[in-house]
Every structure is written in structure tokens, then in C-alpha cells.
Design a binder for this molecule. Structure first.
Ligand SMILES: Cc1cc2nc3c(=O)[nH]c(=O)nc-3n(C[C@H](O)[C@H](O)[C@H](O)COP(=O)(O)OP(=O)(O)OC[C@H]3O[C@@H](n4cnc5c(N)ncnc54)[C@H](O)[C@@H]3O)c2cc1C
Length: 400
């Protein structure tokens, strides 16, 4: 997308290309490892460190925080160029860079920022996100994992679920209930958890692809020092909102291993293209709309604005588009598409896209939840009826 780079942006792109040519030469072929394999996370650590050394680890962060102090546009240029390689990037590093550290920087003490920001940037700390529970997903404020004060520590008991890359994480960001007598959103606090603490049991969940990227995490009498609480006691919901805003902003990030309309056109061949003109035109229009919508949001950010509520539309549209593109690609490839082995990269791309799109339509806010947000916060329609408002959590059916 370099047709409209300014002179400075073009110079930055050339610098990035030269650096990648020198540093990413090991990653010109797709990685021959299953998703969830701890070796990918280890490769991710090294790649992150290499980027940090080259000055490309956190391009738009301020220089004093270890970043480059550049604009979000330059961040995108780097991601575009990096996306030409099969580098080991993913949630194993992204949760720390995109979710944990921005939340710590927004709500942490100077000691917490010092302890976690730079080591995360250097790939020395990998993170997971301990938010969802069996009874708390879309309704995240219903978390039941309980943290009780015990001297200078908190004792934590409960269960988390869908915790991506908990099996390779060094630390976790966690939402827990500290006061069940407060209303649902008010009795929560936010903690930074050392994943090697006694009492943490991480159990893998096998997904549709046969891979295990996420986990159940059981916490039994886990001791967390109060110095690892992020934000005030009872302010956990506010802190978690910072994480979720960042999650939704980064969830639509696209990668080299996912199909787009261009790869679909190539897979269909001339006959397939002729037979699916209307569908292709519609997919292409959606893809272009998404691209320009993203650029408009980016311009807003680069002019100092904040992400507005409508930015959740990117993830909503992208996840659905990915599913439709992948479905048409798989259809076009026929049986070989459905049963292709690892060596068939083209078919694998559509298979992976189809499976991942189903997950992406749920992760970081399910479609229906994002539609509710657009209805309420963008279109100004009446909010959902909330019978739990102001009621102590302990008196709600979910809190008993
Ligand atoms: C790939 C993947 C990775 C994930 N990684 C993590 C992670 O690392 N850490 C973590 O904490 N969590 C993670 N999650 C969990 C994710 O945040 C939840 O799955 C998500 O919030 C939805 O919650 P749920 O699964 O409990 O579904 P539910 O909330 O039970 O929703 C089920 C269905 O009901 C609909 N629904 C629910 N409430 C409403 C409503 N009010 N109005 C209309 N429809 C509604 C939903 O849209 C959905 O279709 C991950 C999920 C996925 C898919």
C-alpha cells in the first residue's frame, strides 16, 4: 500500500525493507510448526529481541518508554513490510506488547512500568490474558475468581478459560473479584500474576484444528503480593477496559498466513473467477472498504485523536470477510482443499483462514456484542436492559 507514501514515509519504508532483508532471511518460508507449539513462542521472543535491537519493536511508543517515538502510520508501514515474511509474530508476543504493557503504562506505578515495560519489549517477558471464565465471557464483569486480602498478599482461587498461550507465558494480566458485596462492575480488581506461582495449573484445550493454542487455568490459593495489583482496589473494570480497547484495536491485524481476495483470485483461476464474478466483486468491495476505513482511523490517530467506538467495526467486518473469502477458496479447491496436507500451502491458507475466522468472530468481543456496541455507542439506540445494575454481585444468580 505504498502508492501514497509521503517522502518521509517512503524513506522509512526503504529503511525497513533493507533491515528486513538483512534480518528476516530465515523466515521466507511458512513455519513448519503447529500453532500452540512452545517453540514458536521461543522464536517469537528472539524475533522480538532482534526487532528491539534494530529499533523496530515498539515504533509508536514514546522514546522514554523504549519505543521509537514515530507515528502510527510508520507502525503500519513496518507491519506491512514485516507481513511479507513468515516471521514468528502472534499473541504469544502480542498480548504483552498490545495489551499488557499499554494497560500497565496507563494504570501502573513507576515501579511496575520499570519492571515490565522494557523486558516485555525485549521479548524477555511473555504474557497471557486471564479474563474469561466459564460463566464470564461476553458478560466479562461476571468473573467469579476470588481474590481475598491476606496480609501484604492476595489469595486467589478460581478458574479461567480460553487463555491463549498461558502454557508459554511468564506473566498474566488477571481480573478477579475482590468484593462480592459491591455491584458487579465495582467489586473487581486487576492483578499481574507470575505464571510460575505455586497453585497455578495450566491445562491445554484442543481446538478444531487439532492444535492447542489456548488453555484452562486453575488457580488454587495462589499468592499475589499487593505490589502486583494494577490500579486501585475496586477499579479493575476500569483497568480492564483499557486492555479491551487495545485488544479490539489490534484484533483485526492481518497476517501473511491468512487469505485475502488477491489469493482467492489466484486460487480460483480464470474459470472460477468468471463463475463467481458477483461474489468476488462484493468481497473486493468489502475488503477495500475495510482498508480505507482503517486508513481513516489511522489518520485520526496520527492527528492525536483517540480510537472512537466505531473502530470495533474493523474486527466485525474483517472476521466475517475472512470467513467468506476462505469458504469460497475452499469451495474452489474442492476435495483437495479440505484434505490438503501441510505441504499444500495454498490450501492450508484457506483451511486456516476458515478455522481462524470462526474463532475471530468470538475472540475480543463476539459479533453480537460488537453490534450492540455500535447500536448503543455509535447510533445512539437505547441500551440493553440491565436488571443487575446496582445489585450486589453476591445477590445475583451468577454470584451465589
Ligand atoms: C481464539 C480465542 C482466543 C481467546 N483468548 C482469550 C484469552 O487469551 N484470554 C481470555 O481471557 N479470553 C480469551 N478468549 C475468550 C473470549 O474473550 C470469549 O470467548 C468471548 O468474550 C465470548 O465469551 P464466551 O465464549 O463465554 O461466549 P458467550 O458470552 O457465552 O456468548 C455466546 C454467544 O451468545 C452471544 N451473546 C452473549 N451475550 C449477548 C448479548 N448481551 N446480546 C446478544 N448476544 C449475546 C454471543 O455473541 C455469542 O454468540 C478467547 C476466545 C477465542 C475464540
Amino acid at each position: 500500500m505504498d502508492f501514497n507514501d509521503s517522502a518521509e514515509e517512503a524513506a522509512f519504508r526503504a529503511e525497513v525493507r533493507a533491515w528486513l532483508q538483512q534480518n528476516a532471511s530465515d523466515y521466507t518460508e511458512p513455519l513448519a510448526l503447529r500453532q500452540g507449539d512452545p517453540r514458536i513462542a521461543e522464536m517469537g521472543r528472539s524475533w522480538q529481541k532482534q526487532k528491539a535491537k534494530g529499533g523496530f519493536a515498539a515504533i509508536s511508543w514514546p522514546v522514554e518508554a523504549g519505543g521509537r517515538g514515530a507515528s502510527p502510520i510508520e507502525e503500519v508501514i513496518f507491519a506491512e513490510e514485516e507481513g511479507r515474511y513468515h516471521v514468528p509474530v502472534g499473541p504469544f508476543v502480542g498480548i504483552g506488547i498490545n495489551l499488557a504493557v499499554p494497560t500497565i503504562r496507563a494504570h501502573g506505578t513507576p515501579e511496575q512500568i520499570e519492571k515490565f515495560a522494557r523486558p516485555t519489549l525485549l521479548g524477555e517477558i511473555l504474557w497471557c490474558q486471564l479474563f474469561s471464565e466459564p460463566g464470564a465471557g461476553s458478560d466479562l464483569a461476571a468473573v467469579r475468581t476470588r481474590a481475598t486480602r491476606d496480609g501484604d498478599d492476595w489469595l486467589v482461587n478460581g478458574q479461567k478459560v480460553w487463555t491463549s498461550w498461558a502454557h508459554t507465558a511468564d506473566w498474566g494480566i488477571m481480573l478477579a473479584r475482590t468484593d462480592p458485596e459491591q455491584a458487579k462492575h465495582k467489586g473487581l480488581s486487576f492483578f499481574l500474576v507470575d505464571m510460575r506461582s505455586a497453585g497455578i495449573d495450566v491445562r491445554p484445550i484442543r481446538s478444531i484444528s487439532g492444535e492447542s493454542e489456548f488453555n484452562e487455568v486453575f488457580l488454587t490459593d495462589v499468592r499475589i503480593p499487593d505490589s502486583q495489583r494494577l490500579g486501585a482496589v475496586g477499579d479493575g473494570w476500569k483497568v480492564a477496559m483499557t486492555t479491551l480497547m487495545n485488544e479490539r484495536a489490534s484484533a483485526a491485524d492481518q497476517s501473511q498466513s491468512l487469505p485475502d481476495v488477491e489469493s482467492l483470485l489466484a486460487a480460483l483461476g480464470e474459470q472460477g473467477r468468471a463463475a463467481n464474478t458477483r461474489q468476488l466483486a462484493s468481497l473486493y468491495a468489502r475488503e477495500q472498504g475495510l482498508k480505507y476505513f482503517g486508513l481513516r482511523q489511522l489518520t485520526r490517530l496520527s492527528q492525536g485523536g483517540n480510537p472512537d467506538p466505531i473502530s470495533v467495526m474493523s474486527k466485525l467486518v474483517y472476521a466475517n470477510l475472512l470467513q467468506d473469502v476462505s469458504a469460497l477458496g475452499l469451495d474452489a479447491l474442492g476435495l483437495p482443499g479440505a484434505f490438503a496436507g501441510r505441504e499444500n500451502h495454498e490450501a492450508k491458507k484457506f483451511q486456516y483462514g476458515y478455522q481462524w475466522s470462526a474463532a475471530l468472530r468470538i475472540a475480543g468481543g463476539a459479533d453480537e456484542i460488537l453490534r450492540n456496541q455500535i447500536a448503543e455507542r455509535v447510533l445512539g439506540l437505547p441500551g440493553e436492559i440491565r436488571s443487575d445494575k446496582g445489585v450486589p454481585f453476591s445477590q445475583l444468580p451468577v454470584g451465589r
